[in-house]
Design a binder for this molecule. Structure first.
Ligand code: SF4
Ligand code: SF4
Length: 110
């Protein structure tokens, strides 16, 4: 299994299973018109975690805003995102668990 597949599998097991936008079976219930930031930005999220000089979740969250939210179509700029303000972005909502999940996959891989 490729590393990218391992991250996706771990995300589905650890994040989708508890996400408010999933069914009891852990299947995503977003419509085709809705896009999950965790899925579309997963490579960038992994890159951010691997490239960061810190493990501090608050600093990593600031990096998330700088490196991903600033380019995200949903946001006017990195400080203002209506989805984040309504707790409707799974990436922002579960960021600390996402970081933890990716770090655990890295420990298994390396
Ligand atoms: S919104 Fe994202 S994190 Fe939530 S169940 Fe769907 S794919 Fe998983
Ligand atoms: S919080 Fe907003 S800007 Fe950041 S990834 Fe989610 S939808 Fe995009």
């Amino acid at each position: 299994m490729k590393n990218s597949d391992k991250y996706l599998k771990a995300i589905k097991e650890n994040i989708c299973s508890i996400c408010v936008d999933s069914s009891e079976e852990g299947e995503c219930i977003l419509t085709e018109k809705e896009i999950c930031a965790v899925e579309i930005y997963l490579p960038k999220i992994v890159e951010l975690i691997h490239g960061s000089q810190t493990d501090n979740i608050f600093d990593l969250h600031l990096e998330l805003r700088d490196k991903i939210c600033s380019d995200c179509k949903t946001s006017k700029n990195k400080e203002h995102c209506h989805l984040r303000d309504d707790s409707n972005c799974a990436l922002d909502r579960y960021f600390s668990i996402i970081v933890d999940t990716i770090q655990k996959v890295d420990l298994q891989v390396n």
